[in-house]
Design a protein around this ligand. Structure first.
Ligand code: SAH
Length: 219
């Protein structure tokens, strides 16, 4: 490989990504569809160039405006949590951030709708989707607490910021749909999964997590 090209992708090659996938497997991610999606998405393209050498570590990294790109393990866990035997067709994400979680979902789902309240972050994420040819991601500069009523119902909803989960979100699920979200409980957050059965909503705790806060309004 020519030196110039290698300089660009050496730290960020498919081999490096494969090591991350093995680490996630060791941590308990079993779904091959999720592992394949993580192996496909170039996470280094979702962080600032200065951080790209760290982009395949299993850690959250700063993306500006006090926000973070989620830890790969948590992205994998949330993605695994919404998959059944059948892949969800239409998914809503609250909190686009870097766009990485949306890009992972876009490998598995036909349509990904994602909302972000900070315009500057959304512009950067949109540019990345465009450059990577991710044409099945639809973005909106909006407060995601209201969901995306004109596109509802969704097979799955993924909330990537921690807070109180408003009823409007699970109400935008199809019957049999699944929502995963970090729920704030005092000073801790618990990743919860809510399944919709008709008008019933059944919630289960998955594990403790640590996300940036879910905030109202636009920036
Ligand atoms: N999924 C992102 C994680 C980014 S961190 C990724 O893979 O990089 C969470 C993001 O949620 C932040 O960018 C934050 O601005 C956004 N956010 C917080 N509250 C929100 C709300 N009510 N509506 C939309 N986005 C929100």
């Amino acid at each position: 490989m020519a030196l110039g090209i290698d300089m660009g992708i050496g730290m960020t090659s498919a081999g490096t990504r494969q090591r991350l996938v093995r680490r996630l497997e060791e941590k308990g991610i079993r779904d091959q569809r999720v592992l394949q999606a993580i192996a496909t998405v170039p996470r280094h393209r979702f962080v600032d160039e200065a951080l790209s050498s760290r982009s395949y570590e299993d850690s959250a990294l700063p993306i500006g405006r006090g926000q973070t790109i989620s830890q790969p393990y948590v992205v994998a866990l949330m993605t695994e949590a919404i998959l059944g035997d059948k892949l969800p067709d239409k998914v809503l994400e609250i909190g686009t951030g870097s766009g990485y979680q949306a890009a992972v979902l876009a490998q598995l789902c036909r349509q990904v709708f994602t909302t972000e309240r900070i315009g500057e972050l959304l512009r950067t994420a949109r540019q990345r989707f465009h450059e990577l040819g991710l044409h099945n991601i639809y973005t909106r500069h909006a407060d995601g607490l209201g969901g995306w009523p004109s596109q509802a119902p969704f097979d799955a909803i993924v909330v990537t910021a921690g807070g109180h989960i408003p009823d409007t979100l699970p109400e935008q699920l199809v019957d049999g749909g699944i929502l995963v979200a970090p729920e704030q409980r005092g000073s801790i957050q618990e990743l919860v999964r809510i399944r919709r059965y008709g008008d019933e909503f059944v919630k289960e705790d998955l594990c403790p997590v640590s996300f940036v806060p879910l905030l109202g309004g636009l920036e």
